[in-house]
Ligand binder design. Sequence first.
Ligand code: SF4
Length: 129
Amino acid sequence: MNLCEDCALCCMDTEMPLSDKDIALILTFLKSEIKEEDFIEYKSEGLRQLKNKEGCCFFLDIKQKMCKIYDFRPTGCRFYPIVFDIENRKCIYDKDCPRTKLFHLPNKAYNTLCNQIKKFLMNELDVPI
Ligand code: SF4
């Protein structure tokens, strides 16, 4: 069962960052159906993130409230609802997700995932943490 069924709040007004690998994966699966500029928003700091269309992620099927690229969605979408709070330099369950209780991990798994998030930010997005 998809724990996110009938929600999709996290896919609205998304600011999900995209790495080179995320972009390459999406383009591999969608091949000629899509161009980079269709789904990438280029930020002034050189970062790239998912583009919104009518207030939702370009890849959200609004009627079904489902991700159209679920099997090859970006890394940050896979980590969610655990995110890195840059200001406080720690991983947290995103307060905007109304169902975080469904995703609670045991401490060891949480720490492992947090380390993966930090590595992703540092190595693939060049975010200093
Ligand atoms: S790629 Fe999929 S999971 Fe990620 S924000 Fe877009 S619709 Fe949501």
